[in-house]
Design a protein around this ligand. Structure first.
Ligand code: 5GP
Ligand code: ZN
Length: 113
């Protein structure tokens, strides 16, 4: 999609620190980390948010969660980590390309702010 920041990151048109990628997903470091480890997991294909997912998107969701599992293992987050997706204005979604934050490396508070 034109003018989508994360589509451009997935295409390599905007640089990012990629920690994992495959045919379906790209995982890269968040530019403004909120924890010692903070990466974003995105599908290569543009999907606006969880609200726009369809049942047929099941395989890409499986790829997202398998990537999360692999990256968490690579980052030695055996003590735990959090996966979160912000959807819409009340949740503070700023980039309208589906992404899951993977945060770890410190004790994470609950409930989130
Ligand atoms: P949201 O608020 O939409 O859930 O999260 C968007 C995230 O994207 C934020 O955590 C923000 O720091 C990150 N971000 C915004 N622009 C860039 C960028 O150009 N590069 C990278 N690596 N992360 C970005
Ligand atoms: Zn996009």
């Amino acid at each position: 999609m034109d003018n989508c920041l994360f589509c451009k990151i997935a295409a390599g048109q905007i640089p990012s620190k990629i920690v994992y990628q495959d045919d379906d997903v790209v995982v890269f470091e968040d530019i403004n980390p909120q924890a010692p480890q903070h990466v974003l997991i995105i599908p290569r294909r543009h999907i606006t948010s969880v609200s726009d997912l369809r049942a047929a998107d099941g395989p890409v969701l499986a790829s997202i969660f398998m990537a999360a599992q692999k990256v968490a293992s690579d980052l030695n987050l055996e003590r735990g980590y959090r996966l979160v997706s912000n959807i819409g204005p009340d949740a503070g979604q700023a980039v309208f390309h589906l992404h899951f934050h993977l945060l770890g490396g410190r004790k994470l508070g609950w409930p989130p702010g």
